[in-house]
Design a binder for this molecule. Structure first.
Ligand code: ASP
Length: 309
């Protein structure tokens, strides 16, 4: 019987163990468990990988703990600009949005771009018009306000720097989110959602919504969702690179993912990690940072919820 499985992440970065309270760690693990199990239940009932990854990512977007949806970081202008992508591996269909504001679940808007428009990628004002045409509610900025994120931003607001929220050592809040799944039919899907980097400006877009960079799915190979400093993941075309190594070099999902995260992306100093699942349900979750919020569950009985190495 086809193995079905799901993996999710809540961001990779300098997650320093000593700076995390036990209580907060428990909160993160609980949020990961809820998100993972929501997706897994869909797979178990025979549902699609696409539905599973969307449900899991929505759950993470609704949590203030992660840098996506409700917990999105502040831009240089003190706003929240979010990016998301979703892709399924049978027909290579994909949808993505970038620089959107006020949308509670960017991953669902990305799916609507895939299913209800002729396009793959909508950005900014146009993406918002598309959302309004579908009667999306635009949340008040208060919905996205979070004191920890605000303090993160205050720390670098007057500088020219921008930063990966996962690498702020003094607090425990990190996390672009993503999910990959393989369903009972051997179809894979990937979804990724983020608020990007704290203090970003000039319409900066990271890898998360870019098909092939931060998110990719192909039944011939695997589904991948990335997290880390997006600039490097774009230049490394990381998600597609994992797929290419599998397709053209006949590597396993584990070997291909390790090769990209522990070798190829390091060659250009890229920090981060990824989650991947192949069409047989095998999972890989490598990262070259100190930690990555992650969880997985497979019908073969394997399951995991971890933060550090
Ligand atoms: N990759 C995301 C970006 O560059 C950030 C992250 O993974 O947290 O926008």
């Amino acid at each position: 019987m086809q193995t079905f499985s799901i993996a999710i992440h809540g961001g990779a970065g300098t997650l320093v163990k000593g700076l995390m309270t036990q209580e907060l760690e428990a909160q993160y693990k609980e949020a990961l468990k809820i998100a993972r199990d929501l997706g897994y239940d869909i797979l178990k009932q025979g549902g699609s990988a696409l539905d599973a990854v969307e449900v899991s990512v929505k759950s993470l977007e609704d949590s203030p703990l992660f840098n996506a949806g409700k917990g999105a970081v502040f831009t240089a202008e003190g706003t929240h600009e979010m990016d998301a992508a979703i892709m399924e591996g049978k027909h290579l269909e994909a949808g993505a949005v970038s620089l959107i504001t006020g949308i509670k679940n960017p991953v669902t808007l990305a799916r609507d771009v895939m299913e209800k428009s002729y396009h793959v990628f909508l950005a900014g004002e146009g993406a918002m018009q598309f959302a309004k045409g579908l009667d999306y509610k635009v949340e008040n900025p208060d919905y996205f306000y979070d004191d920890v994120r605000y303090q993160q931003w205050q720390g670098i607001k007057d500088s020219d720097t921008f930063q990966l929220d996962h690498s702020v050592k003094k607090d425990g809040k990190f996390g672009t989110v993503g999910a990959v799944a393989c369903d009972q039919h051997g179809t894979v899907a990937a979804a990724t959602s983020t608020g990007g980097m704290t203090n970003k400006k000039w319409g900066r877009v990271g890898d998360s919504p870019m098909i092939g960079a931060g998110n990719y799915a192909n039944n011939k190979t695997c589904a991948v969702s990335c997290t880390g400093s997006g600039e490097f993941f774009i230049r490394g075309v990381v998600a597609y690179d994992v797929s290419c190594l599998m397709e053209h070099k006949d590597m396993s999902v584990e070997d291909a993912s390790n090769e990209v995260i522990h070798k190829r992306i390091l060659e250009i100093n890229g920090d981060g990690g990824l989650i991947a699942v192949d069409a047989q349900g095998n999972i890989a979750m490598p990262f070259n940072t100190e930690g990555m919020y992650r969880a997985s569950k497979s019908s073969n009985g394997d399951e995991e919820i971890s933060i550090y190495k």
